[in-house]
Write a protein that binds this ligand. Structure first.
Ligand code: KIV
Ligand code: ZN
Length: 517
């Protein structure tokens, strides 16, 4: 890793290991709009376990019967990680956690005057009593107990210390310090954790929210002062602006401090993609570590540097986080990018030809066109004097899709591929999914759907829609092609867009094979 040397000068290297408490399935799921079912929680829990997190907070079992079933299913899945459930400091909540057979209960009650006055309407003494009662009760039932004084970072320090001493006396296993509304600065977090470390020997955790965009920084600040565990979520999903992101915190701990975790970082991108898909919350392209652009380079100067040595513009190698480097051609492209991309595809162009392709790429990008691999290959083909019109290699003969209530959407498609009739049927989560699966099945299972965007152009149920589809293949080289279509029917328009992408993809593949032979 090629991070700033000042990290080491300022902080030194720490021979420590920090526990990763993942709350994607609890606080992450509290993000507005997310609702995970039993199977989805199980799938995410499996990936988190494989990633190596130490604790999986599976949910809040008292919330609903469905949530209870999901937590119990995760607890019974035979995972290596400790499975934990959230509970308020009352019998009903803790009993639900115990009934779900989790290994750990995360009990919480707020301690800040704001919460005591406006939410709980309780005195400090009452809160303290409830916290101690809950820890005693849960511990008596044999589970590991982690306690959170909710809104700790807005709690009076004297009272917070008193709370910590009391829960320590009650033999709590871990204490978490939540920055519930993400309202502390890294310097203040350092101060607070330093003060709390003076009064307790119990392992300390932090739970940072991102209301000011400081969740990762605050988690690191707490670890700098000796926090033993961090609460995180995959992709930083969570209440309001989210929680500290697992991938950012883990990579920063490793890269800046040399602090170890049990996380296998090469599995981070895969976990991010699965969580994005199952929660329906997509990851912004420029998201640190796992975003699509985290290792993408477009500007000529950067690509020139990267091609010389990747450390020039990459602090971390993409494969360390299971990602890949992408050289993108567009408005800021230089000759080096174009040359490198085309060389990957087997094209060797003269200096003049490269300059011509580069200039045309820039012009197209400035006109608002996304220059995909297929376009780049077409330009290379054109400057070699071979013409750039891609013949249609695939035509649609017929296609049906059946969908309905309590019926799995099913599509059958017949294509003419290079004159040969190909037929395939597939099911999907919806009619579009079924149709696009059938289409790919009829041509090649190696073709993947990289992007699908459906936008309504006008309002109303009879509105026109625009569909963008990006298909990709790895053989004979990683290549992708876009297709776009506009129409009144979302299913047929999607098929039209996919047909365009498919034709461009197959043509590009054939050109690459030709250029390489
Ligand atoms: O943000 C918070 O304070 C919480 C508690 C339940 C720990 O999520
Ligand atoms: Zn929270």
């Amino acid at each position: 890793m090629f991070v700033s040397p000042y990290n080491q000068i300022a902080l030194g290297r720490a021979d420590r290991k920090v526990r990763i408490f993942d709350t994607t399935l609890r606080d992450g799921e509290q993000m507005p709009g997310i609702a995970l079912g039993v199977q989805e929680k199980l799938q995410i829990a499996q990936v988190l376990d494989d990633l190596g997190v130490d604790t999986i907070e599976a949910g809040f079992p008292v919330n609903s019967p469905g949530e209870f079933d999901a937590v119990r299913a995760v607890a019974g899945a035979g995972l290596k990680a400790e499975v934990c459930a959230l509970a308020r400091c009352n019998k009903e909540d803790i009993d639900a956690a115990l009934k779900a057979e989790v290994a750990a209960a995360h009990v919480f009650i707020a301690t800040s005057d704001i919460h005591l006055k406006h939410k709980l309407r309780m005195s400090r003494e009452q809160v303290l009593e409830k916290a101690v009662w809950a820890i005693d009760y849960a511990k008596a039932h044999g589970v590991v107990v982690e306690y959170s004084p909710e809104d700790a970072t807005r709690t009076d320090l004297g009272f917070l210390k008193q709370v910590l001493l009391k829960v320590q006396e009650a033999k709590v296993d871990r204490i978490d310090i939540p920055d519930t509304v993400g309202s502390i600065s890294p310097a203040a977090m350092r101060y607070l954790i330093g003060k709390l470390k003076e009064v307790t020997r119990v392992p300390l955790a932090v739970h940072c929210h991102n209301d000011f965009g400081l969740a990762t920084a605050n988690s690191l600040a707490a670890v700098e002062m000796g926090a033993d565990q961090v609460h995180v979520t995959v992709n930083g999903i969570g209440e309001r602006a989210g929680n500290a992101s697992l991938e950012e915190v883990v990579m920063s701990l490793h890269a800046f401090f040399g602090i170890r975790t049990n996380v296998d970082t090469t599995k981070l991108t895969r976990a991010s993609k699965l969580v994005a898909r199952l929660t329906g919350v997509s990851v912004q392209p420029h998201k640190a570590i796992v975003g699509d652009n985290a290792f993408a380079h477009e500007s000529g100067i950067h690509v020139h540097g990267i091609l010389g040595d990747a450390s020039t513009y990459e602090p971390v190698a993409p494969d360390l986080v299971g990602h890949h480097r992408k050289i993108v051609v567009g408005k800021h492209t230089g000759v080096h990018s174009v040359e490198s991309r085309l060389r990957d595809y087997g094209f060797t162009l003269s200096k003049d030809q490269l300059s011509s392709v580069t200039a045309r790429v820039k012009r197209l990008a400035e006109d608002g066109k996304q220059v995909d691999d297929a376009e780049l290959v077409a330009l290379a083909y054109d400057v070699q004097g071979k013409g750039r019109e891609a013949p249609r290699l695939v035509t649609l003969e017929e296609f049906t899709v059946i969908t309905g209530f309590n019926f799995t959407p099913t599509s059958t498609i017949t294509l003419l591929v290079n004159g040969e009739k190909r037929r395939a049927s597939e099911t999907g989560v919806g009619p579009i999914d079924a149709a696009l699966r059938a289409m790919r099945s009829a041509v090649s299972k190696g073709i993947t759907l990289e992007e699908f965007r459906l936008e309504a152009i006008t309002g109303g149920s009879d509105s026109l829609c625009q569909v963008t589809v990006r298909l990709a293949d790895q053989d004979p080289a990683p290549v992708s092609a876009l297709g776009r279509a506009v129409g009144p029917d979302i299913v047929t328009t999607s098929v039209d867009a996919a047909m365009e992408a498919l034709n461009r993809l197959l043509w590009t593949k054939s050109q690459i094979t030709g250029a390489r032979s």
